[in-house]
Design a protein around this ligand. Sequence first.
Ligand SMILES: Nc1ncnc2c1ncn2[C@@H]1O[C@H](COP(=O)(O)OP(=O)(O)OP(=O)(O)O)[C@@H](O)[C@H]1O
Ligand SMILES: [Mg+2]
Length: 381
Amino acid sequence: MAVNPFAPGRTIDPELFAGRREEIERFRTFLKSTMEGNPMHLAILGERGIGKSSLLRKWETMARAERCITVRLDLDPSVDSIDSLLYHILRGIKREGALHSRLFSLSRKVRDFFDEYEVTIGVLGSSLQVGRKALSPSLEARDEFRGIWDGIHPSIPAVVIMMDEAEHLEKIEGSLQFLRNLFSRLAEEGCGYMLILSGKLALFKQIKRIHSPLARFFNPITLRELTGEERIEAIEKPLSYSSFTMTGEVKELIADVSEGHPYIIQLFGYYLCENAVDRRIDRDVYWACFPVILDRLASQLFDDLYSSASPKEREVLHAIAESRARVVSVGEVARSLGKRSREITYLFNRLCEKDCLKRHGRGRYSLFHGLFREYIRRKAH
Ligand SMILES: Nc1ncnc2c1ncn2[C@@H]1O[C@H](COP(=O)(O)OP(=O)(O)OP(=O)(O)O)[C@@H](O)[C@H]1O
Ligand SMILES: [Mg+2]
């Protein structure tokens, strides 16, 4: 049986990665700067399934190719304090450093350093416990990171620390400021740490405020849908690693209907390959599969989004889905619901935070995707 080259829901393999040239260049420049002693940091912001984790994975391979130690952490609610955050980072550096120093046959000094380096909350000391002065964890942590840098430099040109699902940091009070202070001071002391955060757009309010000190430090990048060419690349690259063929017409249909949402492209590719006739995908296969693919999208994405909305928020979703224009103003929706704008504005904000709506400039919104609009239209409320 031919292997299906599409993998909806999994981060894309770096060799199948499509588009995002600007983001890749940006990372290359920042990494170079970090390796030259001037650390730069980044934050990736974007809605669900837009490709944040895949971009991190791509950057990770680039950093590793430059012989940098790269730690990619997935944050979750169990990381609930600055102490546990530091613990995860330091443990990650230890794990990656040990692997890395063997992989690149680095000097005995670096290998010994990682063999001996131990991190436990206990070792980092009672100073990391809650209840002590806020300043002390940062001093302790600075010594710790400095110690690591002294142990591995110059064999290792930089340490890249990536934190995915970083919206969890918003629940750890002061953690973003803490990271900023810690890594600013480390940079002043000549330590080559690069910090990268990635998380859901709406939840990352503090970084989103452009010109805020945090935004200046983290240099946020907002990921958008893939462009026309990038969509075709996202379809053709996986196909080129397989024995499936697809007509140009079908590629265009997917590029169009997906609106460049990478997860939706993967889902179409996956189910079309599953249902290909003699490994060939043409318009007949496409249209025969279309209803099944919509069902899958509903159960894997849309049901979840819809059920996250409260009854009042659902009224707004239906009103937007029923309006003739894709992009509507709060005022228009308010009128169609017989309400005042100020009574319902907060519902729009919440729906954006839940990834159901997209904001297009002040007071104008659309559903997050055209297929989500079809889904809502078909749903009775
Ligand atoms: N540049 C890309 N080229 C091709 N496919 C991609 C690209 N980026 C993402 N994808 C595909 O899109 C889907 C979503 O990607 P990913 O998991 O990286 O998104 P995410 O923004 O991290 O999502 P979440 O918000 O759920 O964490 C995956 O199936 C992945 O294979
Ligand atoms: Mg992700």
